[in-house]
Design a protein around this ligand. Structure first.
Ligand SMILES: [Zn+2]
Length: 160
């Protein structure tokens, strides 16, 4: 049996002058402001983490991730994602489809590296990590370059 879930996340950019790096899908993207948040603010991994919670019904972003971040000092969103994956009792991730709305940075040339990074994190073949990106054409805060929004559709299969 397969199940499908959705996850979403968004962050605003750090103010001008911030030196926080931009981290998306577990990779650092140079040449663009970082995103605001207690953690590394990896909006892509947070979106996937929420999609995983949509299967397990165990919410990680929020109280659990705040405990990991603020009490244990772990700001690497890969840890939050792994914490969520660990709650997927009996289900195996088979495909992830991600769509990003951002005026900046220009994402097309970063998509191959993001796909490889996410595939490694989730134990998938790269061809089971699809990522599309749109500039949003100024219609929303994301399309105006104020932040980045990500949606993830996750497919899992029952494995026991
Ligand atoms: Zn987030």
């Amino acid at each position: 049996m397969n199940l499908t879930s959705i996850g979403q996340d968004s962050h605003r950019f750090e103010p001008d002058g911030s030196r926080k790096p931009l981290v998306m899908g577990g990779i650092v993207i140079d040449g663009c402001a970082g995103l605001a948040g207690n953690s590394d603010a990896d909006v892509v991994l947070h979106s996937i983490t929420n999609a995983v919670s949509g299967i397990s019904c165990v919410n990680i972003l929020g109280k659990v991730s705040d405990d990991i971040c603020l009490k244990q000092g772990v700001t690497d969103s890969k840890v939050y994602l792994q914490t969520a994956v660990d709650t997927l009792d009996g289900y195996r991730i088979v495909h992830v489809s991600i769509t990003i709305e951002a005026l900046r940075p220009h994402l097309a040339r970063h998509i191959p590296a993001m796909r490889m990074s996410i595939a490694t994190l989730l134990g998938l073949e790269t061809n089971h990590v699809g990522i599309t990106a749109t500039t949003g054409e100024g219609l929303t805060a994301f399309g105006r370059g104020e932040g980045i929004q990500v949606f993830t559709i996750l497919t899992v299969e029952l494995c026991k």
